[in-house]
Design a protein around this ligand. Structure first.
Ligand code: SF4
Ligand code: FES
Length: 367
């Protein structure tokens, strides 16, 4: 049994932004009952005992939790490396100093585009200037700064400007990650999937920037799965190195697995060690025994583990099928069709659905 290395703590799905590519679950109202501070601290202690060394604090927006400083301090005291994944909304100078004093090691700030108009339009709220202020604050306090820009059809043509902005901000690292089609992004896929031409242009820009900024800024560029071949070894394999704890305490092998019809395992009912090593949700797709054809007899089965379980489920309704991204999958046409539409002369006119605020969904659910 491998030990988990990283824990993604989704402290809350509350978020001031409304990005249409959000991978949070569609039914956010189901996650209103969040773990309290003491429960999170217990989870962290159990995670450390299991071997977890890296803690990624995410959401939603983790700064929406009043106790984020206490949670960081606990993780730091346990000897974990702590990374805050944030929109920077809520990162005041005072809060940043408290987080620094509590031992926070690293900050990752999301940007939606290189300038306020496009960025605020995609975020669904006025936020760009506060993100820039947050990035300056991170540098002033001496943290390493990573910028994360989710790429899609509506912003990928501005990738050179995004890189120039990252350089001006003194970012140490930038993640240019094409949208993963889970949650709200799956709903908006046809409006978000870029064309091959857009990707080719972006790759030229990334290659040149990597050469120019070598040794100064690390540039991570992630292709959209739909254009990637062979499929990615999602999460490095199901239940292999990573675990995710959702705001309500559900523990999952990956952040998108909430949508899969699998038995739940919650930290309020079971120790983390049992969930990791024995729970049905972690055992279901561990290793390769669960595979059917064509993966079962494929030479790459120990390399990519049949691709992404969540993608297989979202596209075919069956999480145990080969990821349709794979050209050997009998369902590959589902991906090929979406790619053809994104590259046609008349791409599908799709309307973006903004991710709602969880409180909006909560009040609708109560009505
Ligand atoms: Fe990977 Fe399965 Fe495709 Fe082989 S058939 S490349 S194991 S997804
Ligand atoms: Fe869940 Fe790939 S995102 S297994």
């Amino acid at each position: 049994m491998p030990s988990p290395f990283g824990l993604l703590a989704e402290l809350t799905y509350a978020c001031p932004l409304h990005c249409p590519y959000c991978s949070n679950p569609l039914d956010m109202a189901a996650y209103r009952d969040e773990l309290d501070t003491g429960q999170w601290q217990r989870v962290l202690a159990e995670a450390r005992e299991l071997g977890v060394l890296q803690l990624h604090l995410s959401g939603g927006e983790p700064l929406q939790r009043r106790d984020v400083v206490d949670i960081v301090r606990s993780a730091h005291d346990l000897g974990m490396y702590t990374n805050l994944i944030t929109s920077a909304l809520g990162l005041s100078a005072q809060r940043a100093e408290q987080l620094r004093a509590a031992g926070l090691d690293h900050v990752q700030i999301s940007l939606q585009a290189h300038e306020a108009g496009a960025s605020d339009r995609i975020a669904g709220t006025t936020s760009f200037q506060r993100k820039i202020a947050g990035a300056h604050l991170v540098k002033e306090l001496g943290w390493p700064l990573t910028l994360n820009v989710v790429l899609h059809r509506l912003n990928i043509d501005g990738i050179a400007d995004v890189l120039a902005l990252a350089e001006r901000l003194g970012a140490d690292r930038i993640e240019l990650a094409n949208t993963q089609y889970y949650g709200w992004a799956r709903r908006n896929r046809d409006a978000l999937l870029p064309s091959r031409e857009q990707l080719d242009r972006a790759e030229v820009v990334v290659r040149a920037a990597r050469e120019r900024l070598a040794g100064r800024m690390e540039i991570i560029y992630v292709l959209p799965d739909y254009y990637g071949q062979p499929p990615k070894p999602c999460m490095g394999g199901w239940g292999h190195r990573q675990l995710t704890v959702a705001p309500n305490g559900d523990v999952l092998p990956c952040p998108a697995a909430q949508e899969l019809p699998l038995p739940r395992a919650n930290v309020q009912e079971h120790p983390l060690s049992w969930i990791w090593s024995e729970s049905p949700v972690f055992q279901r797709f561990r290793g390769t025994d669960w595979m059917g054809e064509p993966c079962r007899s494929c030479a790459r089965r120990d390399v990519d583990f049949g691709g992404c379980r969540c993608q297989a489920f979202l596209l075919t309704g069956d999480a145990s099928r080969t990821d349709p991204v794979c050209t050997l999958s009998p369902d590959h046409e589902l991906v090929a069709e979406a790619v053809r539409a994104a590259n046609s002369d008349q791409p599908v006119e799709a309307v973006l659905t903004p991710r709602p605020h969880p409180r909006d969904t909560a009040s609708r659910a109560d009505d």
